[in-house]
Design a binder for this molecule. Structure first.
Ligand SMILES: [Mn+2]
Length: 175
């Protein structure tokens, strides 16, 4: 199962359009949006015609239908999704890790920092960065993850720009 991961799109649907134009996104069966903002997750679900698991970020309006955390079982893995601000991720991912492990997750996804992270281990911790307002590079980023039962997740960070001229200058990086 191929899963897409993004966060912190902050209303930039042009960046979502550009992401969906990337060939890596064609066969994604499920998306995770780690918050900021939920309407973007709804836009993505409509444009990709795929379910998007979403959580509330600190920039999202309170909505009883949107939780702070979601837990989803996919292809033999348990994924914990949260924006991260309620776990203080700007300082440490310790509290986030504890909560994910308490849920029995082997993969934790968060956002909020706009800085991408891939930390493998018994608990794989992932932050896709921001597709709209990156703080770790000039260009935004998202992730694709291949999940198979009893296999560690295979994760790739993809950097791209919504501006085709910038992509042709730098190429689309796979990290
Ligand atoms: Mn945030």
């Amino acid at each position: 199962m191929k899963v897409g991961i993004l966060s912190d799109s902050h209303g930039n649907t042009r960046a979502i359009d550009a992401m969906l134009a990337h060939p890596e996104t064609r066969d994604i069966g499920l998306w995770f949006h780690a918050g900021d903002v939920v309407p973007d997750a709804e836009y993505l679900a409509m444009m990709a015609d795929t379910e998007v698991v979403r959580v509330a970020g600190n920039c999202d309006w309170p909505d009883a239908r949107i939780q702070d955390d979601e837990v989803r079982d996919v292809a033999g893995h348990r994924i914990f999704l949260t924006h991260g601000h309620i776990y203080g991720v700007r300082y440490t991912t310790g509290m986030l890790r504890e909560q994910a492990e308490a849920c029995g997750a082997d993969i934790a996804i968060y956002g909020h920092t706009h800085v991408a992270e891939i930390s493998p281990g018994n608990l794989t911790v992932l932050n896709p960065g921001s597709i709209a307002r990156p703080r770790d590079a000039q260009r935004g980023s998202f992730m694709v993850m291949e999940l198979s039962p009893a296999q560690p997740p295979v994760v790739r960070l993809i950097r791209f720009s919504a501006d085709p001229a910038i992509n042709s200058r730098y190429g689309v990086l796979h990290e």
